[in-house]
Design a protein around this ligand. Sequence first.
Ligand code: UD1
Length: 353
Amino acid sequence: MKILSIVGARPQFVKEAIIQSEINKFDDIKEVVVHTGQHYDDNMSGVFFDVLDMRKPDYNLGISASKHGEMTGKMIIRLEEIMLQEKPDVVLLYGDTNSTLAGAIAASKLKIDIAHVEAGLRQEPKDMPEEINRMLTDRISQYLFVPSNLGVENLKGEGITEGVFFTGDVMYDIFLKMKPSFDYVLMEKLHLKENQFIIMTLHRDFNVDIPEKLEKILKEVNRISKEIKVVMPIHPRTQKRINEFGLSHLITDITVIEPIDYLQLMGLTQNCYKVITDSGGYQKEAYFSGKQAVVIMPDTGWRELTDLGLNTLSDENNIYQNVMKAKKAEYIKDIYGDGKAAEKIVSILRIYK
Ligand code: UD1
């Protein structure tokens, strides 16, 4: 069997890493990896391949653009060429980025089966780019690998029942696998003490692209940083917006650092007090680490965690209040499977293809 895996953005490298290590166990599977180039800075891309022990992508398309249509369109053109040349049995797609959607469109027009890892997630607002990407990809996938029971229910509600497999979450797999290698060096470098700092990540367009909203968020976090240290590995998009909107004065009390790799982020998370984030994956990694995340979003694809009172959704006006009042999260076992999602995904593909 030949699998063509498509990745492009940071969270996809993490998911591909665990699938790749599973595929490597079988001589009868050949995997071709395409990196679209959506994330291109070394600290957003190359470093992940290094620390997660992945082989270099077979193709790197070097496509990135600020406009969604331009980026997705260019990717479709190149991915179609590669699919025609490689003739894979199945195209493996991850999550909800523009790289995911481009892969789905190219494969479906060539009538190549699509397997979607992290299928079934749904969240408001329906017009956010990630929601559009995952809904459309789910519609045209033949294999839908779902990380949680709620995802299965979401798909059922949309009439999608065929090809749906509850496998658990590949991000939980990799978290367990890499835990012994988590990197704690930043604790010392940044003079951090256990339970006495907050980690914040921010990058969603609806949070960072509107000046008034970004200003409100940063004001709230600035207030928090007067009481407890806040460490912010900054996404390039957010850094650009802070500069453009003249908001740099609001982050002077925050420990702003360059984007860090997976092992470093997990190392910090093991020791932090809480997490503030608008990342889909990171709110769940906080939970794996037994920490509470205050999620700056109107809704979340990981609703199990907010329904159970583990994580808290927050708007831009209540971040301080939510961070201060929220109770400590209790870990509940097995919401996202048993740490063997990648194994299940690969064995399902071997049986059915
Ligand atoms: C993308 C995904 C999002 C995912 C996130 C993880 C889409 C629609 N969104 O959002 O689901 O949670 O990745 O980070 O696909 N940039 C750099 N260097 C880089 C990467 C990006 O400077 O290495 C700049 C880009 O040029 C662009 C901005 O950051 O101006 C945003 O990048 P983009 O890939 O469009 O979306 P993300 O916000 O990263």
